[in-house]
Design a protein. Structure first.
Length: 224
């Protein structure tokens, strides 16, 4: 095995003093025979964002999927509100919104249909007006009735990210959310994330870009 260890966690600002909601304890993850990281510890409180950095292959996506409960760690524990997520089942899943590398957009469905189904699968139900408003805010108002197969990669990414404008989840886990987005849409997304933090939400995200978001921003770097 080759050890790829966590380099550091560096808070950019002081926490808000509220109780810890998400806690990662001595986490170790592997991929095949490769040890990605071990002894990983961090916590996230309401109103905080953790920006996860690192080279390709350092384990960023694996970490996010493990926190979501989609992958199992080799060892260690993930706690939500002081309890292991493995013992919470749907209680924890209902508290999070995960948007991964893949947009999950179906080619033969319209933009509006894709968003409607995505929110329903997450357990949320929204009015038609709310769905349309979210798509308008993210710059897809003129394309709501187009089949997704006619969209560019950036537009498909926006369909996926529109879920955030409707999400009531406390924890957002976002894997490279800025991919294929132009500057204007990134600005909209950063505003949406900032509003989520102001409402005591929490965010874990990976990106190679700078995170220019108002609020408490921490950094975690995984070494390659």
């Amino acid at each position: 095995m080759v050890l790829h260890s966590c380099a550091f966690i560096e808070p950019d600002a002081l926490g808000n003093g509220w109780g810890v909601m998400l806690e990662i304890l001595d986490l170790e993850c592997v991929r095949g025979d490769l040890l990605l990281f071990s002894g990983l510890n961090f916590s996230l409180e309401p109103g905080e964002l953790l920006h996860i950095k690192g080279a390709n292959g350092s384990g960023k996506t694996t970490l996010l999927r493990t926190v979501c409960g989609l992958s199992l760690p080799e060892s260690g524990e993930i706690q939500w509100n002081g309890l292991p997520i493995r013992k919470q089942g749907d209680v924890f899943r209902e508290e999070l919104t995960y948007i991964g590398h893949h947009n999950g957009v179906k080619d033969d469905l319209t933009v509006l249909e894709n968003l409607r189904i995505a929110t329903m699968l997450s357990g949320d139900r929204h009015s038609e007006d709310s769905l349309i408003d979210a798509l308008v805010q993210i710059g897809l108002g003129e394309r709501i009735d187009l089949p997704a197969k006619m969209l560019s990669q950036g537009q498909r990414r926006r369909v996926s990210l529109a879920r955030l404008l409707l999400s009531q989840s406390k924890l957002w886990i976002l894997d490279e959310p800025y991919t294929a987005l132009d500057v204007a849409v990134i600005a909209v997304l950063q505003q949406v994330i900032a509003q989520h933090l102001q409402a005591s939400g929490m965010v874990l995200l990976t990106t190679h870009q700078d995170v220019d978001i108002e609020g408490v921003v921490k950094q975690l770097t995984l070494s390659a």
